[in-house]
Write a protein that binds this ligand. Structure first.
Ligand SMILES: C[S@@+](CC[C@H](N)C(=O)[O-])C[C@H]1O[C@@H](n2cnc3c(N)ncnc32)[C@H](O)[C@@H]1O
Length: 299
């Protein structure tokens, strides 16, 4: 099971109270969902949303195992969190006291999904979709987009300094035969990065892989739309807490939050992002890059 980050801080910044109504927008294995359910007690409710079909089934099983006699406080929905406002309306779930976003991917995606998220598994198909609701895979994008569109993906979503050269290598590779697997993409990346930059602290394919994954799942568009939908669903004094894992994600959250604060619609609960302590990083290496920001809605 995916190890949750900021377990204590997530509850603290959501301002959790017994009887409240909360949304876990990115439930995955339900680590935070279960913490929230325990904190709100039998009169509270938590709506847990997960987009990935496999992870959603695992979540249902985990909740059923945790409360074998049922738990009326937990409502589970398999969809994208961009639907939060519609869901709250159709389920009659409001008024919402807090929404938690724990962005990015699950350890499951990298380690067990077999969908080409990790550059360790060369033979896997380069799929990278969180959900089959999405039509285009990573391979589809590499085979279909123009050189300039691909370069923009690598640059804007991965801060990849060799974005142009990798895009050119992808176009040259697919001119010989379609790109299909993780290995095909790795070969193109290696061809695009000058030899003396291929050895460094991080694997040379890290940025291009992250960028393609963000493009496949429309992650940045979804963060914008999800935050707006969550804010609209929030009761006055309701809170949003977001855990981000890289500057691309955190930048979107920071700008949105500052914008609401500048317009007098929300109060920042974190001026700078909260970072994990040394103990948490030691126990859970994924926490190393985690950043938490939170706001409270004013009206
Ligand atoms: C970092 S994990 C969440 C971990 C979870 N909080 C826990 O501690 O177990 C992020 C999850 O968000 C899901 N996800 C990504 N985009 C989503 C979206 N647009 N709507 C709903 N879930 C999404 C991913 O499938 C992944 O399972």
């Amino acid at each position: 099971v995916h190890e949750p980050v900021f377990r204590h801080e997530a509850l603290e910044y959501l301002g959790i109270r017994p009887g409240g109504r909360y949304i876990d927008a990115t439930a995955d294995g339900g680590g935070h969902t279960i913490d929230i359910a325990n904190a709100i007690g039998p009169t509270g409710r938590v709506l847990a949303i997960e987009w990935d079909e496999t992870l959603f089934t695992n979540l249902e099983e985990r909740i059923a195992r945790t409360w074998p006699r049922g738990n009326n406080a937990c409502v589970l929905q398999r969809t994208s969190y961009v639907q939060i406002e519609n869901l709250v309306r159709s389920l009659g779930f409001g008024p919402v006291d807090g929404v938690l976003f724990d962005l990015g991917l699950s350890s499951f995606h990298l380690e067990r999904s077999k969908r080409g998220f990790s550059f360790q598994n060369h033979a896997e198909e380069l799929d990278m979709r969180f959900s089959r609701d999405l039509r285009e895979t990573g391979a589809d994008i590499l085979n279909a987009r123009t050189h300039d569109e691909l370069a923009a993906i690598f640059r804007d979503y991965g801060q990849e300094r060799f974005a142009d050269r990798i895009a050119a290598a992808v176009v040259a590779t697919r001119g010989r035969r379609p790109i299909r697997t993780v290995g095909d993409f790795l070969d193109a990346i290696a061809a695009g990065i000058p030899a003396r930059f291929r050895r460094g602290k991080i694997h040379p394919a890290t940025r291009a892989f992250q960028a393609l994954r963000i493009a496949v799942n429309r992650e940045f568009e979804n963060i914008e739309a999800g935050l707006a939908a969550a804010f609209a669903a929030l009761a006055p004094r309701g809170r949003i807490a977001v855990i981000a894992f890289h500057s691309g994600e955190d930048g979107i959250v920071k700008r949105r939050f500052r914008d609401w604060a500048a317009r007098g619609e929300a109060r920042l609960l974190t001026k700078k992002p909260i970072r994990p302590g040394a103990d948490e990083v030691r126990a859970n290496p994924r926490a190393r890059s985690a950043m938490l920001r939170a706001i409270e809605k004013i009206s």
